[in-house]
Design a protein around this ligand. Structure first.
Ligand code: HEM
Length: 364
């Protein structure tokens, strides 16, 4: 698999469709000073730069510990790896003297009415999203970054995600059997990305090229879900299960026309997609770029399947976009079948421009 270029104006893992395997991690900084924190960011950058390009690990002497885990063989393949680093609001408390540098639109996530947040699954000074087409590539990178950053940060929570292949085409299906990811802002249109995804020009100057990242860990109660009819399921989303088409259309790519269905006879007013994006002029700038993965965490303590969504979205302004969207969704009928239990708000740093640049350099 070809290397994803590491250097650029933006981090490379933000715009592309989610890769087949991801690990989403939150970490807390334990660096002893601002200089050590900058060292941590330099180290993460160096490791990500090496791992995404691939190559031979540094040689070692006879008795020193191996420099690489060896899980990908002696030469590291580039493997389509991306590493996306974000910072949480807590990094800007008084520990590192960065209070005045906090991205303008970064706050700590607060609970929504249908949330059941578990403290051990929430927030963090840092977020790390590591993705690749193969699972061992992802785990190798996570392990490499962990061993090279000991003393600088400590992982707090982790959820592994995957994206299944399209069945049979179009967006991949989530655990509820519905195509998920069909309607998203067009990432090929730089004007749209500038307006909806990248930090605004009136934000902190160092944030240019970065994006606000929302992570939500959402359990999907598949046992309940499997007891209702397909028709009921389709009304909850507003789309057909088999094709992914909006209920007023025939194919997945059809755009719903709510103006012809003002009372919600065809696409219920309370359907997830209609509430999430009502397609009105005044809600247009609340659109978000969704980059979610499914998770499979085995069984819960009652023996039920622990399946869900690692919901990730990127935006220019969390309040204007994610919070506005989630607020429209509060109390939606779908909320009986899902349960958000974790996540956090982060700012995904600007890209690394060249060999001498590093993630967050302009922050320090
Ligand atoms: C659309 C599932 C959570 C925002 C959709 C669609 C599905 C879906 C099947 C329709 C297909 C598509 O356009 O992708 C789910 C599930 C969730 C979940 C199973 C939880 C487990 C969320 C959350 C948000 C959100 C937390 C944001 C607060 C959206 C948006 C759309 C969408 C903006 C596109 C609507 C449009 O443009 O027509 N979701 N979703 N979803 N969802 Fe979700």
């Amino acid at each position: 698999v070809a290397a994803v270029p590491f250097h650029g104006e933006n981090q490379a893992g933000i715009l592309p469709e989610p890769q087949p395997y991801s690990v989403v991690l939150a970490a807390n900084a334990i660096a002893g000073s601002r200089a050590e924190l900058a060292d941590l960011f330099r180290t993460i950058t160096d490791r990500a730069r090496f791992l995404t390009a691939g190559g031979d690990p540094d040689p070692v002497g006879i008795t020193a510990p191996a420099t690489d885990s060896g899980t990908l063989g002696s030469t590291i393949p580039a493997g389509g790896l991306t590493v996306t680093l974000g910072v949480g609001a807590s990094l800007f408390d008084d520990r590192y003297g960065l209070q005045s540098r906090k991205p303008t639109r970064l706050d700590v996530m607060t609970p929504f009415p249908d949330d059941d947040l578990k403290p051990e699954w929430c927030h963090g000074d840092l977020s790390l999203v590591v993705s690749a087409p193969e699972r061992d590539t992802v785990l190798h990178a996570v392990r490499d970054i962990a061993r090279n950053t000991r003393g600088g940060m400590q992982f707090a929570w982790r959820q592994d995600g995957f994206v299944p292949p399209p069945r049979p085409s179009g967006a991949p299906r989530n655990h509820f059997g519905f195509k998920d990811g069909t309607s998203n802002p067009d990432v090929r249109d730089p004007g749209t990305m500038k307006r909806l995804v990248w930090a605004a020009s009136d934000d902190q100057p160092w944030t240019a090229g970065g994006s606000y990242q929302v992570v939500r860990l959402i359990r999907m109660l598949v046992e309940f879900w499997d007891r209702i009819s397909v028709g009921e399921q389709e009304n909850l989303f507003g789309r057909a299960r088999a094709t992914g088409a909006p209920l007023d259309g025939t194919v997945e790519g059809d755009v719903p026309d709510y103006s012809r269905d003002g009372t919600g006879k065809v696409i219920p007013l309370t359907s997830h997609m209609r509430l999430a994006n009502p397609r009105t002029d005044d809600t247009d700038d609340s659109r978000i770029l969704r980059r979610s993965h499914s998770y499979d965490a085995g069984l819960d303590t009652n023996g039920n399947l622990d399946l869900g969504l690692v919901f990730v979205c990127y935006q220019q302004d969390i309040a204007r976009q994610f919070v506005a969207t989630q607020t429209r969704l509060d109390g939606e009928p779908l909320s009986d079948y899902i349960s958000p239990f974790g996540g956090g708000y982060f700012f995904a740093l600007p890209g690394v421009r060249n060999q001498s640049d590093y993630l967050g350099r302009r922050l320090f």
